[in-house]
Design a protein around this ligand. Sequence first.
Ligand code: PLP
Length: 452
Amino acid sequence: MISKLNKVLIDTAKENVAGGTDSTMRLLPYQLPLVISKSEGIRVWDVEGKELIDMNMGYGPLLFGHRSRIVTDAIKKELELRGTVLGFIHELSSEVALLIKKSFPSIDLIRFSSSGTEVAQTAVRLARAYTNRTNIVVFEGHYHGSSNAVFHKYHAEIADIESQPSYNAIPGTEGMGGEPQNIFVLPWNNLNLLKTFFEEKGETIAAVIMEPVMGNAGVIAPKDGYLQGVRKLTQDYGSLLIFDEIISGYRVARGGAQERYGVQSDITLLSKAMNGGVPISAIGGRREVMNLLVEGRVFHGGVYSGNPMCLAATLAVQQEYDTNGEWIYSTLEDNSRYLCTELLQIFKTAGIPVSVQNVGAMISLSFVEEGFTQRFEDYREIKKFTNKDKYIKFQNELQIEGVYIHPNQFEPWYLSTLHTTEQLDIVLEKMDKVIRRINWSSMDSVKLHSRV
Ligand SMILES: Cc1ncc(COP(=O)(O)O)c(C=O)c1O
């Protein structure tokens, strides 16, 4: 059973730390208490010494596992050289930028920051300044950080949005003071809707920003030709295309979705797998756009931006991709396919209808109704036709069994290079055990929307 100490420590933390956690997403109301004291490879240990196989991997960055020597050795070395933060220019920025450009040919110039939120906000600012327009298009289910610039209610209730093909962004939290402003929200993966919207408002749109593989509402691939269609549409109307590849970059391919689907954006946002687990992000783009930063017309700063400690780790990770990229991505692809195939089989044998979707080593599992065989193509579908309660039950039981998946059904599972088939067999065995243990029929009564 889940130890009491986990709960005691969270309750104690609540005396000093708001809600007992540093991120609202890290302690959901339906989550079993879990406080980690140690990590290594694909495993974490809680404060009572209970071992869990981690399928969340820090929300994606830990592509080489927890405490990878690639990352920690580089940091140790840098600590002896330039330390943690400098406040001066050093050569690591340009060394890392050069390697990123090798993976992302759409990028001419780069700036480093500390979080995805910061670079998303900078991208919106750049697009508005470059085009001299104010409106931005975002999509349901897509998350670009928590800044006032773009933080919208990306997991809105279906009833609030269903009747609208496009609408003004709903603020993502209280306290946004009327922002986000001039942000329009549309369903993703529907080129016709976007075309219609552009026919009306295209001349006013500074940029379209999207996750080119949706990873914040399950894992949903772009439909054939969708990214190409958006690329053309934005070009035709003089709007910029921003790919938020904070999840997909260095995960679905070394060159992210841009490489996998053969489409280039004007601005690219990177973090997570780019750096292997240190707090650093990057914004890169076409020279004409990034020149606004060069000229100082658009401001971007940050005491910790491009600090040597994080850049040294990122350089080591980038060198690893440069040397072993082929092996890394074929391994991730193969292992992910193996897990998905076996998982589907286990659920089929147990007679529990599920949908499993993946793009490379990002995977999502959804509990669906009997007979549901279609693939989810946008947020509205995945929100409507999945049984959240079954997912939470599965997650809770799995955590007790010693495998951690995030309790939010929309959060992907992320594999690292250390999730070998042997390790995945252990995961599958535990999942099989849990699936047999749960009394699924007691949850069938949960009402799902009917398919339209
Ligand atoms: C696609 C995407 N963009 C932006 C962000 C925000 O990044 P950060 O949490 O580093 O601000 C995230 C975070 O998960 C993300 O998944």
